[in-house]
Design a protein around this ligand. Structure first.
Ligand SMILES: [Zn+2]
Length: 227
């Protein structure tokens, strides 16, 4: 599981005696960075006041914009409007192990959350987890691909990830079993989102380890005849 400080989140950022809300990761290279300001722009009309920071990532050296809403009644994290470009992590090693379908849905879910579309983000994360779990099950049981594809998330977990089930909290299983009901009935479904996101992070690491183990085992097999 990732520590809180490593997770993608909106953070406060001081510039020119003004408090901005930016994201703690570079939208290009996904590293946890403290960006430097290149320039600042403000736009205003009768109703709206928008500020843009042009930021540079100290690691990959690429630029990006963060837009903030500076109306008086907009406070805290609500100030964040959007980043340009959108957040992406095509260079993330763990995500590279997954299909383009997973990457696309997961990225859309993350960007929905950043834009404040929390309902879409919640269901996006649950579906992302389902795709990821099925992709891993298919790697481990290629002969059962059809069964895996047509199973639902829970039966896929029970049939093909039985050894991992003890890692799932009762609450997480309840969310996954009844995602709609849970969403509909529960106030703290944002906390539920966090559980699902942690679970995605866990399975991304698990997939990485699995693929490494496979390649090590294959090397050992191919080395044997020469001995
Ligand atoms: Zn960067």
């Amino acid at each position: 599981m990732q520590n809180n400080e490593n997770k993608l989140m909106k953070i406060q950022y001081e510039y020119d005696n003004q408090e901005y809300i930016i994201i703690n990761r570079c939208p290009h290279c996904n590293l946890d960075i403290h960006p430097t300001v290149q320039s600042q722009y403000s736009f205003e009309n009768n109703n709206y006041k928008v500020s843009a920071l042009s930021l540079t990532c100290p690691s990959c050296k690429r630029d990006y914009f963060i837009f903030n809403d500076f109306r008086e009644d907009t406070i805290g994290l609500e100030r964040f409007i959007i980043s340009n470009p959108k957040y992406g992590f095509s260079e993330n090693a763990l995500v590279k192990n997954t299909s383009k379908k997973f990457q696309s849905l997961y990225m859309q879910s993350i960007n929905s959350e950043l834009l404040g579309h929390l309902d879409i983000a919640f269901f996006g994360y649950v579906k992302s987890l389902e795709i990821l779990i099925k992709e891993i099950a298919t790697v481990q049981h290629p002969e059962s691909e059809d069964v895996i594809l047509f199973s639902n998330l829970i039966s896929c977990l029970e049939q093909f990830h039985a050894t991992n089930m003890h890692l799932f909290s009762k609450k997480l299983l309840e969310i996954l079993k009844n995602d709609y009901l849970f969403y509909y009935k529960t106030e703290d479904y944002e906390a539920s989102s966090e559980l699902v996101k942690d679970c995605i992070n866990y399975f991304l690491l698990y997939l990485e380890l699995l693929l490494k183990t496979f390649s090590l085992n294959n090397q050992t097999k191919s080395e044997k005849p020469s001995k």
